[in-house]
Design a protein around this ligand. Structure first.
Ligand SMILES: Cc1cc2nc3c(=O)[nH]c(=O)nc-3n(C[C@H](O)[C@H](O)[C@H](O)COP(=O)(O)OP(=O)(O)OC[C@H]3O[C@@H](n4cnc5c(N)ncnc54)[C@H](O)[C@@H]3O)c2cc1C
Length: 467
């Protein structure tokens, strides 16, 4: 019996080898491409377990996929094989709010979880720009984060327990309902950020937080991005931990204005600080941040109320869509877009990215979660111009190397996937990489789970071959 017939025995008609369908799964939001041989849509842990066990028998790669919004090619089957579309496992199984947690399937979309929590006065803090579409499984597998992670931490701070299907089809649990536990290796953390290379997440116990009572926003604009970076470093050094701390550089502001000339944002390089807590504590912190920024900033203001605050955040959320307005002849390419450095190195990183953009004569927008040292760099090219592609790759390489040299990381939240696999050897020494390889070999001896990712091994080719 062929593999497809055996897959049909497990999931019925929820398997396809049709070229049109496979094409739909051959990319994510990055430049990475790879055609799977089969698309399988499981709806239960039992189905995932049987599919993975079968794939192990046939030595066929298995790549888990959430919503495919990843920016590093993580969900792309670069070695062919099976793509497991986990978006059908999308139930919120339990709201155990007395224990400050929820139990969900991996295909639940982030924003839907927060919509369900809001009436109860709770929220799940990791808030990526893609929250309206990305899944909890994808967030856990990438250890994703967002604007509020500067105070609340990244996804890893909120995962208490995982149900995982291992590479031979066994199903394990990695944690419990305890908010803390000191019993043995922390397997939950091992699977977080493993990008589907160690196991397939089929259930997650997540910690949730009470919604804050009050929020305030301080907006400051600066003559240059370096000064903005200095203001951020000074704010943190004062002991204030903002609940969000975002940068929009002057290019980003100019592009946003092309989208909406009535925007509430000032000229220059802008930092948005949000603080949350009680009415009194947020007032005090906002005033303190304004005081710290004033000597460095061109302009500082505290949003007058909820409405003005929302208008400003609305403008920040426009960035993703607005990038296309920089120059209609150029397209944004997601490379070198997610570097991070320790907070005090931010001014140096900003300066280096400015120099790189000039050296390679490529426009660059800089925006992102500057409060945790994470800068999103948007580089633009004319995609029909080969020379611009060459300069783009060289510029992205220089950005990655600058981040490593400054003690940072090539990815703060989007993951390594296939796009950044080549940088693992630069970011980690051989001893560390050898431990990662040992873990991978122990859990996935045949190397069937998401091969070609994380740059730990040379990519094996699929037994059935992609096209
Ligand atoms: C406009 C835009 C804005 C974004 N903003 C942010 C941001 O602010 N912060 C941020 O962190 N990211 C951001 N991202 C990137 C992306 O949304 C995140 O990486 C997200 O976590 C991916 O979720 P997904 O469901 O789309 O996963 P996919 O892209 O489908 O997969 C991502 C990785 O997770 C693995 N995976 C998926 N499901 C499972 C599972 N059940 N078990 C095991 N492995 C699994 C895949 O194999 C892959 O390696 C943004 C993307 C876009 C397009």
């Amino acid at each position: 019996m062929d593999l497809i017939d055996k897959l049909r025995e497990i999931v019925g008609e929820r398997v396809s080898a049709a070229p049109t369908e496979r094409l739909c799964y051959s990319s994510d939001a990055s430049q990475v491409k790879g055609m799977p041989d089969y698309v399988v849509r499981p709806i239960s842990t039992e189905e995932v377990s049987k599919v993975v066990a079968l794939a192990a028998d046939f030595s066929v790669p298995v790549t888990a996929r959430g919503a495919g919004t990843g920016l590093a090619g993580g969900a792309v089957a670069v070695c062919g094989g099976i793509v497991l579309d986990m978006s059908g496992m999308n139930r919120i199984l339990e709201m155990d709010l007395a224990n400050l947690q929820v139990i969900v399937e991996p295909g639940v979309v982030q924003a839907r979880l927060n919509e369900a929590l809001k009436p109860h006065g709770f929220f799940f803090p990791p808030d990526p720009g893609s929250s309206a579409i990305c899944t909890i499984g994808g967030l856990i597998a990438n250890n994703g984060s967002g604007m509020r992670c500067v105070k609340y931490g990244t996804t890893k701070s909120y995962v208490l327990d995982l149900e995982v299907v291992l590479a031979d089809g066994r199903v394990i649990r990695t944690g419990s309902r305890m908010l803390k536990s000191a019993a043995g290796y922390d397997l939950t953390r091992l699977f977080i950020g493993s990008e589907g290379t160690l196991g397939i997440i089929t259930k997650a116990g997540l910690r949730v937080m009470p919604l804050p009572k009050a929020r305030r926003l301080v907006m400051a604009s600066f003559e240059d991005a370096e000064a903005a970076g200095r203001a951020v470093a000074k704010t943190f050094a004062s002991g204030i931990v903002p609940s969000a701390c975002e940068i929009l550089d002057r290019t980003t502001i100019a592009v946003l204005r092309r989208c909406d000339p009535n925007l509430v944002l000032p000229e220059g390089d802008v930092i948005l600080f949000e603080v949350d807590g009680t009415k009194g504590s947020t007032k005090e912190s906002a005033e303190e941040i304004a005081r710290i920024c004033s000597p460095i900033a061109a302009e500082v203001m505290i949003a007058s109320g909820e409405k003005e605050m929302e208008e400003i955040w609305e403008a920040r959320r426009l960035v993703g869509a607005a990038v296309s307005r920089l120059d209609p002849t150029k397209s944004r390419i997601y490379v070198g877009e997610d570097v991070g450095v320790p907070i005090k190195m931010i001014p140096a990183l900003i300066r280096e990215i400015g120099e790189i953009s000039e050296r390679f004569d490529l426009p660059a927008m800089k925006y992102g979660h500057i409060g945790d040292g994470n800068l999103h760099v948007a580089l633009f090219i004319d995609v029909l111009d080969e020379d611009e592609w060459t300069r783009l790759e060289a510029a992205a390489d220089a950005i990655h190397r600058a981040a490593i040299r400054l003690g940072g990381t090539v990815s703060s939240e989007h993951g390594i996937g296939a796009a950044r696999a080549g940088y693992m050897k630069m970011q980690w020494d051989e001893g560390t990489l050898s431990v990662m390889r040992s873990i991978k070999k122990a859990l996935d001896p045949k190397g069937i789970l998401n091969p070609g990712k994380l740059g730990l091994f040379e990519s094996p080719s699929s037994s059935s071959g992609g096209d």
